[in-house]
Ligand binder design. Structure first.
Ligand code: PLP
Length: 416
């Protein structure tokens, strides 16, 4: 049985422990929500100061060239690529996950429509349990640009294989489910889609910086994801889109803004897509926010995803063990897979009063979040979460549950 002293011992042995100092976390707070908004890298403050005071303030418009603002989406994409198992010049950091998904889905449908063998396919397959914006963006596409296409919602992982058939143009899946923490087998599912003649678009919102990824090795077709979650890019930091070299020539997306043009400053009246990953861009980027992404990526360059994953599994295993042992008399239900290969980096438990219990936890300095229905979500970010914090979080949870120290009439905030 693990004790608090064991946790202290594991922290002393933790090869990633030193990286916590690279983040500015409030003293005494146990932050278990890095899956939703990553903590602030200390370096981000000085970087923001420099971007605002010098690059913007002093150098003004010259900074598009002198500070490399114009190339920033590509430069950051190349820095991010190793974490994704992507090649150089295959990723750009730009726009939002929702918008990038729209581009990726539209491009995938178009790629299928251009092939005689797949041109008649009219179905886009995804999961009902997917993050709603993913479903909404697909529905928006099918309702406007891609009229005549339908979005097929699958109710369980087991039903995905049967749902992919000769009508399926594109399969769109979120690699690690935002609610359950279930991790798909990217290689097997991509192979399944390909065997049926479909393309597969992966959303890596809860995967990038959380689990090792091998986009090229696993045969993915296109991918998108967030930088403000495990990558610690800051609130609303631009997202990313991956287009592998093998698909770039055929990749066309409908948000054909000037940043995606072959020669933006030729100011030509007709759109001609840039060669390569540049064609995934649309327009001018929020440079201040985009620049913060670099501070998050720098921390990952001090380690590797194998070390991050090893600690992530150790933290989530420990949390599951302690909750089940120490809070076992309460009506908690583990939603997250126990099997390592199927688990992301967060753990979800249901409780009939999940929202109220989470509010009580937050009130006592343990920050997780809540997702309908009745799910308390705890994110474990190996760069800054310690084993002892896991112990202390479970101890506070135990006290709250044993004492019924939560308000079941707690009023819902706009963001839960
Ligand atoms: C967090 C998340 C998003 C967020 O999309 P935004 O466009 O940044 O709001 C999208 N999809 C999934 C699966 C997510 O987890």
């Amino acid at each position: 049985m693990t004790t608090r002293d064991d946790c202290l011992g594991r922290d002393a042995q933790d090869p990633l422990a030193a990286l916590r100092a690279r983040f500015d976390l409030p003293a005494g707070l146990i932050y278990l929500d890095g899956n939703s908004l990553g903590a602030r890298p200390r370096a981000a403050l000085a970087r923001a100061q420099d971007v605002i005071a010098r690059e913007w303030g002093q150098d003004l418009i010259r900074s598009w060239n002198t500070a490399g603002w114009f190339d920033l989406p590509k430069r950051l994409g190349n820095r991010l690529a190793p974490l994704l198992g992507a090649g150089q010049d295959e990723v750009v950091v730009t726009d939002t996950t929702s918008v990038n998904l729209f581009k990726a889905l539209a491009a995938a449908l178009q790629m299928q429509a251009e092939q005689p063998a797949t041109a008649s396919r009219r179905v886009l397959v995804t999961e009902r349990s997917n993050f709603p914006t993913d479903i909404y963006m697909a529905q928006g596409l099918a309702g406007w640009l891609a009229r005549g296409y339908t979005v097929r919602l699958v109710d369980s992982v087991e039903e995905i294989a049967a749902a992919i058939d000769a009508d399926t143009a594109v399969v769109m899946l979120t690699h690690v489910n935002y609610r359950s923490g279930y991790q798909h087998d990217m290689r097997a599912t991509s192979a399944l889609a390909h065997a049926a003649g479909a393309l597969v678009v992966w959303d890596l919102a809860h995967s990038a910086g959380a689990v090792p990824l091998a986009l090229n090795g696993d045969g993915a077709d296109l991918a998108v994801g967030c930088t403000y979650k495990y990558l610690n890019g800051g609130p609303g930091a631009p997202a990313f889109i991956w287009v592998p070299a093998r698909h770039q020539a055929r990749f066309r997306q409908p948000l054909s803004g000037w940043w995606g043009h072959a020669a933006p400053f030729a100011m030509a009246p007709d759109f001609a897509p840039a060669d390569g990953i540049g064609r995934a861009l649309c327009g001018t980027q929020p440079i201040v926010s985009l620049a913060m992404v670099e501070s998050g990526l720098e921390v990952f360059e001090q380690t590797d995803m194998a070390a991050v994953r090893a600690k992530s599994l150790a933290l989530t295993d420990l949390f599951i063990e302690l909750v089940e042992r120490r809070c076992g008399s309460h009506p908690l239900g583990l939603v997250t897979p126990r099997q390592h290969a199927r688990r992301g980096s967060h753990v979800s438990f249901t409780h009939p009063h999940g929202y109220a219990v989470m509010q009580a936890l937050i009130g006592r300095g343990v920050v997780g979040d809540y997702r309908e229905p009745a799910i308390m979500r705890f994110g474990f970010t190996p760069l800054y979460t310690s084993y002892t914090e896991v112990w202390d979080a479970v101890e506070i949870l135990r006290q709250i549950l044993d004492d019924t120290a939560y308000d079941i009439a707690a009023k819902r905030d706009a963001v839960t």
